[in-house]
Design a binder for this molecule. Structure first.
Ligand code: BES
Ligand code: MN
Ligand code: MN
Length: 454
């Protein structure tokens, strides 16, 4: 019988093939046309757990289905809930992909496909680590429950109700999520903070059709002009948000935390180079890491209105719109911020324009405690697999369910990501480094041992 490590090494090629199979399913949660793909992905995942001897089911929700699985119970052993998401973001612009988004392709040690790192590749590390235990030891050292959802990228709208209704079934000692990154290649991290988010869709309507901008311009309020004015009123040139009360509940960084961020090996030049920009702007008095991890922000995510074709067309558009969002830090209340944004925009709306503001999703920022034995167990497992102790970081992205796990299951989350900042998540040419994939499987296998030994 091979050891766990040997098994993981021997199966490397097969693990990659399995990941490719899941990556070929275009499970884009926000697009209604992919409903069937969502069901296929959930069924694929449930089937993989069933073949391990787990109790596995596909659970329908008002939105996309959840794949749920549970290992054969071991009385007295701790229980870990693994969370992941099989849904992915849209792939546009398609022409910027070097290989098609749903035809996984290996290039220079990476696997390229939508969902490779976010989150299919990362979530599968926790499936294959369980398989390694079962195939070599016959059993796991912990009880494992897997909650793999299909709505993370649209704000997890069905999960609150699901967690409330199934709190007993999901009861656990801690939650494990791999849906983020290392600090740098080969420098793994344990993440203890995530930002929250509020996301809006704004539609401004002026005249009931597009008009000649010469005949009507100057008399008729232009929705595109108004949109530009409104959006620029929300934020100043350095990124300070101007919504009244926006900063009232912000938890400030402690001097100790700032000191710890400053000690991380962050190379600004390399960072700029990686994203192809010549400089950055941001809130005065904060470093790049502080701005990304611990300060709230405003970003336009999409913007339209008027003529988009080639050449010029003198038109006063009837409508203009934008998608925009605020990233929030712990203690800011998404509902309170949303209400303040709504009131501010209403106050900025000139005669001749009607405003329609839709709120897509909101979730609060979170901080998870670092002092627990679970965190120490994760640190040992990561050091074992990566040959290096993890650093402790925060992240700028959001995983809405982390707050809900704390609230409804009274469980804290271990955020141990295997990705890299240059994985192109939500962008063309998303990739997952294959060495990170295999190290992730090893770290996960070791984590079950470390948690089981408590
Ligand atoms: N995996 C990301 C969140 C993330 C990004 C964590 C970077 C750590 C580092 C997740 O899939 C994601 O994209 N979340 C959305 C949530 C939103 C749609 C509610 C996000 O952050 O935009
Ligand atoms: Mn993700
Ligand atoms: Mn994502």
């Amino acid at each position: 019988m091979p050891t766990i490590e040997e098994y993981i090494n021997n199966q490397a090629e097969w693990f990659e093939q399995e990941l490719c199979e899941l990556l070929r399913i275009p499970s884009i949660s926000t697009l209604p046309a992919h409903r069937g793909d969502m069901a296929r992905a959930a069924a694929w995942i449930a089937e993989r757990f069933r073949s391990l001897g787990f109790a596995a089911e596909v659970i329908e929700t008002p939105g996309h289905p959840i794949a749920y699985a549970q290992s054969p119970p071991i009385p007295g052993a701790p229980t870990v809930l693994v969370y992941g998401h099989y849904d992915v973001q849209p792939v546009e612009p398609l022409d910027l992909w070097q290989s098609p988004p749903f035809e996984p392709t290996r290039r220079d040690g990476n696997l390229y496909a939508r969902g490779a790192t976010d989150d299919k590749g990362q979530l599968l590390t926790h499936l294959f680590s369980a398989r390694a235990w079962i195939e070599t030891q016959g059993a796991l050292p912990v009880n494992l429950k897997y909650l793999i959802e299909g709505e993370e990228e649209i704000g997890s709208p069905s999960l609150d109700a699901f967690l409330s209704a199934n709190a007993e079934k999901l009861a656990c000692d801690c939650v494990v999520i791999s849906d983020g990154g290392q600090f740098a290649p080969g420098l793994p991290a344990i993440t203890y903070g995530l930002r929250g988010i509020v996301y809006f869709d704004l539609l401004l309507t002026g005249p009931d059709r597009d008009l000649h901008s010469g005949t009507f311009g100057g008399a008729v309020t232009n929705p595109a002009n108004t949109l530009a004015k409104m959006l620029s009123a929300l934020v100043d040139a350095r990124g300070k948000v101007r919504v009244p009360g926006f900063y009232a509940d912000v938890v400030r960084l402690t001097p100790r935390e700032r000191d710890q961020f400053a000690r991380l090996p962050f190379d600004e030049k390399q960072y700029l180079q990686q994203i192809g920009v010549s400089g950055t702007t941001g809130e005065k008095g904060y470093t790049i890491l502080e701005r990304r991890w611990a300060r709230p922000t405003f970003d336009v995510n999409g913007l339209w209105g008027g003529y988009q074709g080639k050449g010029a067309k003198t038109v006063l558009p009837g409508q203009a719109g934008a998608k925009f969002s605020f990233r929030l830090v712990p203690n800011q209340d998404p509902a309170k911020i949303a209400a303040a944004v709504r009131a501010m925009l209403a106050g900025l709306c000139p005669p001749g324009i009607t405003i329609e503001l839709v709120e897509h999703h909101g979730s609060p920022g979170v901080l998870v405690p670092l002092g627990s034995p679970y965190v120490r167990a994760a640190a040992r497992a990561i050091e074992h697999a990566f040959g290096r102790a993890p650093v402790y970081t925060r992240e700028g992205g959001s995983i809405p369910v982390v707050g809900t796990f704390h609230e409804k299951l009274r469980a804290d989350t271990l955020l141990i990501g295997w990705g890299q900042d240059d994985d192109n998540t939500h962008s063309p040419n998303e990739k997952f480094n294959l060495a990170d994939f295999h190290r992730g499987i090893r770290a996960s296998a070791r984590l079950w041992q470390e948690l089981g030994r408590r």
